[in-house]
Every structure is written in C-alpha cells, then in structure tokens.
Design a protein. Structure first.
Length: 276
C-alpha cells in the first residue's frame, strides 16, 4: 500500500500552532495533537539499524502509541477488522445506528464513561428485546457495536454503529431463523424502546449522584436580563412579547435509530455489503 502524500501529522504541524492560539482546547486535545505531530520523528528518539555486509543504515523512530493516531492504530484496526470478518455468518447483514440528541450529548461530554456505558446497555437491551418479540422476528439476536464519539463535522456526537445479522437462533436454541428480506424491526418501535430504557438509566444515575452537570453562568445572566426586560415590557403595556428564558433543563431525549433505508410501510433496512 502506497504512503499518502499528505498525512494528518503534516496538517497539524503546519496549522496546529495557529489553531491552538485561536481556540481554547482542553489539555487532552493539546496532548493528542502533540503526540500525532511528533509520532515517528526524532523528537521521540529511535533506534539505528545497521547492516554488517552492505553497510546500510536505517533509522527507525519511536511511535507515540496514542489510540487516536492513524499511524499507530493502522495495524490494530486491520487486525480487529480481520477478527470481525472471521465471525461473519453467510447471511445478509444490516447497519443500525443508535444516536443521542444534543441535550443528552452535552451531558455525555462531561460523563463519558457513565453515559457510554448506558448507551451500550440500552442499545443491547433494545435490539435483543425487540428481536425476541414473536410479533417481530422471535429470535435470539447476535450483533456487535462500535462507538463513534464525533460526527462528520467533527462535533461531539456520540452514537453506536451496530452490525446486525438478518436472522437469529430460535428462542429454544434449536434452529436458525432467517429474517424477512426487509428485516421488519420498525424504527419507531426501536426508537421508543431505546428512548425509554436510556432515560430510565440516566434518571437512576442522576438520582444516585453519579452525574456531573455543567451549568452555564452566562446563560443564567442572560436569563435574568431577559426576565427583567420582560417585566419592563409588561409594565409599559408593550404588545411585543419577549419570551422568558427558563432555567436550564434537560429536554426529553429524542434518541433516534437510523438505518440503511426506511419505507413508509415500516419495512426497513436494505442489507449492506457486509456479508462474507
């Protein structure tokens, strides 16, 4: 495989200093950019390989070993993909995505470990329960899920990509049941179930004092200003209404389920090219 002419490290080295000057980044992101910039360079040191017969000398620099570095994780990624390919069954597979709305993502940003754990558990319970329903597939489902914490626009957007086979083992573990071609697990059923399970787990975590919630001081100040202006307008008999900003509250999650395709009759998910 040919080496790319432009690497992420090149972009970071050229534009990183100016970007860090113009933006306030958390410490771990500073460390990440520095690790990628210095990966396999003389900054990290290295070793010299020398051939006795040909007198050839080659310097091998150390890697940063950061899990976000594309150089360091290339081999690990290929190894993981090969292991997953070995687990695939000779059936059609479907791509299902469970995502969190913006208000919940804001909570997840400060409670990553806890919210990610809830996301995985709620996703698993949703798929297993709905697939086990005799009205749907009536099977014991198997799948694997991959967490993505950023969207295509590089904004924080936690969501789970699930690879789900088109069928499963019967509840009595006696035979394999093939799913219908269009895999009838209605997206609305999955969304409602997932939303309920996720919110219940989040409420339990909050009641147990396990959630850290960040409130905006500027938001409170703006709210007070708006409330004062509203009272002035009411006294002056102003006909123009200026809505009062309420105290920050977490909106009810509209956690969604995305799929390859959706039809108006509820038949979902064309098979992706994931079969062996």
């Amino acid at each position: 495989m040919s080496q790319p002419t432009l690497e992420l490290a090149d972009i970071f080295r050229q534009y990183g200093p100016a970007y860090r000057q113009a933006h306030s980044l958390p410490l771990h992101q500073h460390r990440l950019m520095q690790a990628i910039e210095t990966c396999r360079t003389a900054v990290l040191g290295g070793s010299v390989e020398w051939g006795d017969h040909c007198q050839y000398t080659h310097t091998r620099y150390r890697s940063c070993r950061n899990r976000h570095c594309p150089k360091c994780q290339g081999w690990a990624r290929e190894k993981w993909l090969e292991q997953r390919r070995a687990e695939l069954l000779p059936v059609a597979y479907f791509h299902v995505v469970f995502t969190l709305p913006e208000p919940i993502a804001a909570i997840a940003f400060y409670n990553k470990k806890l919210v990610y754990d809830i996301l995985f558990r709620a996703t698993a319970e949703t798929l297993l329960t709905v697939a086990r329903d005799p009205k749907r597939l009536g099977v014991e489902l198997g799948f694997f899920a991959v967490l993505h914490s950023w969207g295509q626009n590089l904004h924080f957007h936690p969501h789970l990509h699930c690879v789900v086979p088109g069928g499963g083992v019967s509840v009595d573990q006696d035979r394999w049941i093939h799913g219908r071609r269009r895999y009838r697990l209605p997206v609305k059923v999955l969304s409602r179930f997932f939303r309920r399970v996720f919110l219940q787990a989040l409420e339990r975590a909050y009641a147990a004092g396990q959630l850290f919630v960040q409130f905006s001081l500027n938001g409170r100040r703006n709210q007070k200003k708006q409330e004062q202006q509203t009272r002035k307008d009411e006294k002056a008999g102003s006909s123009r209404s200026r809505g009062m900003a309420r105290a920050a509250s977490v909106a009810e999650a509209s956690g969604g389920v995305a799929s390859g395709s959706a039809k108006a009759d509820g038949t979902l998910w064309q098979p992706q090219r994931l079969s062996p």
